[in-house]
Design a protein around this ligand. Structure first.
Ligand code: NAD
Length: 256
């Protein structure tokens, strides 16, 4: 498999954790983000062990995704791995009170984004005849319900089943497709989520954060490296017989 990876939503948070781990492992990595800072972020990572480039693109735009695939192959070589990480939390409105446009925006980024990137990258992977691997970042909220997370859960649950379908479709080409379902990870997205919990319960942010932490059997929030480690394993030859699976990385939260 070609050790050239595309990671979306990689300017910060879990995507940055994934990209930096892959660069440390010697991969050449294209970091994709809507935030133009990604170019600078990638140049800081580059040259440590692997190579990194940053490209500004919105995963909701199929033409931008096609341009990313073309650019990455010209700059780094044939793509061996795609990590669909870019995502948003969306509003925390109840489903029956949600703005349909906001519901569509969440689906557009979290579900159609990975679809657009797969359409851009997978035909090239197949043509390379070198196999490959896709990892889609879903969520613990693809596995259990939470009040106010309807659009988000629908998008991530859809992505989990899209991954399984693609695993079956692409197995004959030696391309594996898996999901990673993070739990409560300390990133900007989670800060927003916890602030929403605090506002609804009329408690402080710190108290809400502690309440979330107390639901985690391992007693801590997850960190971007926790996801980077698992994605690196899923992309490695050690996971060569693993496809169509969801790996939960949540400190045991799903069990409570
Ligand atoms: N943080 C958590 O607790 C948690 C839990 C479960 C799942 N997740 C999932 O993990 C992924 C990363 O989350 P995070 O916490 O690092 O979020 P984050 O908000 O910290 O970072 C997301 C990154 O994606 C980029 N992005 C957003 N929309 C984009 C688009 N349309 N095109 C390209 N880039 C875009 C943002 O600019 C940002 O850099 C998301 O898919 C999220 O749903 C996070």
């Amino acid at each position: 498999m070609n050790r050239i990876a595309v990671v979306t939503g990689a300017n910060r948070g879990l995507g940055y954790g994934i990209a930096s781990r892959l660069v440390a492992d010697g991969w050449s990595v294209a970091l994709i983000d809507t935030d133009s800072e990604v170019v600078e972020t990638a140049s800081r990572l580059s040259g440590t062990t692997g190579e990194a480039i940053g490209l500004v693109a919105d995963v909701t735009d199929p033409q931008a995704c096609a341009a990313v695939a073309h650019h990455v192959e010209s700059a780094l070589g044939p793509i061996g791995a795609l990590v669909n990480n870019a995502g948003i939390g969306g509003s925390s409105d109840l489903v029956h009170e949600s703005d349909p446009a906001e519901f569509r925006r969440v689906i557009d980024i979290n579900l159609l984004g990975p679809f657009n990137m797969a359409q851009a990258v997978v035909p090239r992977m197949i043509a390379s005849k070198a196999g490959g691997a896709l990892v889609n970042i879903t969520s613990i909220l693809a596995q259990q319900a939470e009040v106010g997370s309807g659009a988000y859960s629908a998008s991530k649950g859809g992505l989990a089943l899209l991954s399984q379908t693609m695993a079956v479709e692409l197995a004959p080409h030696g391309i594996r497709v898996n999901s990673v379902a993070p739990g409560n990870m300390l990133t900007a997205m989670h800060v927003d989520h916890v602030q929403g919990l605090a506002d609804r319960a009329n408690i402080t942010y710190d108290d809400a954060l502690a309440q979330v932490r107390d639901t985690v059997p391992l007693g801590r929030h997850g960190l971007p490296d926790d996801i980077g480690n698992v994605v690196a394993w899923l992309l490695s030859p050690d996971a060569s017989y693993v496809t169509g699976q969801t790996i939960s990385v949540n400190g045991g939260a799903y069990l409570t």
